[in-house]
Design a protein around this ligand. Structure first.
Ligand SMILES: [Mg+2]
Length: 171
């Protein structure tokens, strides 16, 4: 039986995957209209899908915030989508060499955090350099899953994520 500590990691971005940048259409417009009183001045939070936390949890991964929201993701995002407080990927220390040109600031710390364990990265800013870096420096399985920022995480994304998890770490 696979223990919880052996489940794949899932590094999760907020802006784009959870907060789509597209124009408020359809249900998102309804959500925005109904939740303005709890947004505490940040209208972007109205774009969060309250049910998305359960769908992420159902993937059976160990979730880690990988977002410029940092600890604020735990304070204002997690409670709105039904997630517990999660560990937070730290911005790299400039003294430690900074970030090579063309590489996302998250990529190196994610590979270090994973330490060879299977991981998923869900983000709208994944580039070629990031894929090369992970291929070269991460010996375990990885899935760098790009999300269309205008739409956010959709059914097709969840199918792709679940398919990868089932193949890499069947339960
Ligand atoms: Mg983003």
């Amino acid at each position: 039986m696979t223990s919880a500590s052996e489940r794949p990691l899932l590094f999760l971005d907020v802006d784009g995957p959870l907060i789509p940048f597209g124009s408020s259409a359809g249900q998102k417009e309804v959500a925005a209209a109904s939740s303005t009183t709890v947004d505490q001045g940040n209208p972007l939070l109205a774009r969060l899908d309250p049910g998305i936390g359960a769908r992420l949890t159902a993937l059976g991964c160990r979730l880690v915030w990988a977002t410029t929201w940092m600890e604020e993701a735990n304070d204002v995002v997690a409670p709105r989508i039904g997630l517990p407080r999660l560990p937070v990927l730290e911005w790299p220390d400039a003294d430690a060499g900074g970030t090579p040109r063309g590489l996302h600031w998250k990529t190196r710390p994610m590979v270090e955090w994973a330490a060879g364990r299977p991981f998923i990265w869900v983000d709208d800013e994944i580039g070629d350099m990031d894929r090369l870096w992970v291929d070269a420096g991460h010996p375990g399985p990885s899935l760098l899953h790009h999300v269309e920022p205008a739409k956010g995480l959709e059914d097709a994304d969840f199918r792709a994520l679940a398919g990868w998890v089932d193949a890499v770490a069947p339960r």
